[in-house]
Design a binder for this molecule. Structure first.
Ligand code: SF4
Length: 318
């Protein structure tokens, strides 16, 4: 854990980005300002995370919603360590050579879920291109452990693309997560710059394959706006996701984690988000979360209930 400890002690998290020139984004508009919380529920969540030595994307990604989410006992657990094998231009997670997976991690996560009494849990991971299965077995282990320990909890996973490794998606889908999320992140034109290690159509195909394997699993995907994409391009991503039968889309404002990361092109206004939400519903998504502060896992539990209701309503009319 030496490297991870160094990262936590303030060593450079992004050595691969040191060559990037500093670029400063404009000051945040009012609608992106959030209150910092450290009430007792927030501190209780923090204590469980620390005691169980868990990694959360809430902290690693410097998520602006951490005050609100942790105060509601909602955290997104990140498995397979805190060091990612890729270096996406938007992401605050540290890049480097990761450590071998911890065989007890799934049980620690499952224990925490039980201890926190979570109804709906979100699990994500760093990219593990170094592993033969891309990290698929770790997802299977954590889904299985949570379902065994907390049979009434529902499980949402937010996965990498597993570098399209043979059988990875099939194995994870067979573990029956309730929601399978994989983010497109941005429009295809910006992939070489923003998400250089990934391929747009590989991500789309992953989502489509999950639906074909098990139509009962809700599929979900998210993207950031404010990176230089046009409205037309966002609408094309929506169409592509609907063609892949994706149920739920999330869209939020990109925020630059450090001056070495991709700069913000612009702040999309709340009214523009409302319009995108309307367009997305018009294209047939069961659920749309589209606000400046929307993140993949923000309000995930409440949104899961709405997804279930929307599916029931759809069945009722068909
Ligand atoms: S939105 Fe997701 S990542 Fe951000 S604090 Fe909430 S649970 Fe964590």
């Amino acid at each position: 854990m030496e490297h991870e400890t160094q990262i936590r002690l303030g060593a450079k998290r992004h050595p691969e980005k040191q060559k990037n020139p500093d670029s400063y984004s404009a000051k945040k508009p009012d609608w992106l300002r959030v209150r910092v919380s450290n009430n007792s529920e927030f501190l209780a969540t923090q204590k469980i995370v620390r005691d169980k030595k868990l990694v959360t994307v809430c902290e690693e990604a410097a998520c602006p919603n951490i005050g609100e989410c942790w105060a509601k006992k909602h955290a997104t657990f990140m498995i397979l360590g805190s060091i990612c094998t890729r270096a996406c231009a938007f992401c605050n997670v540290a890049t480097g050579k990761p450590f071998a997976p911890d065989p007890f991690e799934a049980y620690r996560v499952a224990d925490s879920v039980a201890q926190m009494g979570l109804e709906h849990v979100v699990i994500t991971s760093v990219d593990r291109d170094d592993l033969a299965d891309g990290g698929a077995e770790a997802f299977v282990a954590v889904i299985t452990a949570i379902k065994a320990k907390s049979p009434h909890s529902t499980v949402e996973i937010l996965t990498p693309d597993f570098r399209d490794k043979h059988g990875a998606i099939e194995r994870v889908a067979a573990a029956k997560p309730d929601v399978f999320n994989h983010n497109m992140e941005t429009v295809p034109r910006l992939y070489p710059h923003i998400r250089p290690g990934a391929r747009y159509f590989t991500s789309l195909e992953l989502l489509h394959r999950v639906k074909k394997i098990d139509g009962n699993i809700f599929t979900k995907s998210g993207m950031m706006v404010g990176l230089g994409e046009s409205k037309q391009e966002v609408m094309q991503v929506m169409d592509d996701l609907r063609a892949a039968q994706v149920d739920f889309i999330t869209i939020g404002q990109y925020l630059q984690p450090t001056p070495k990361h991709a700069p913000i092109d612009r702040f999309v206004t709340p009214d523009e988000f409302k319009e995108l939400e309307k367009i997305a519903y018009g294209k047939g998504f069961l659920m749309v979360a589209c606000t400046p502060l929307t993140r993949s896992s923000h309000h995930a539990g409440d949104d899961f209930k709405k997804l279930q209701q929307a599916r029931q309503m759809l069945k009722g009319v068909s």
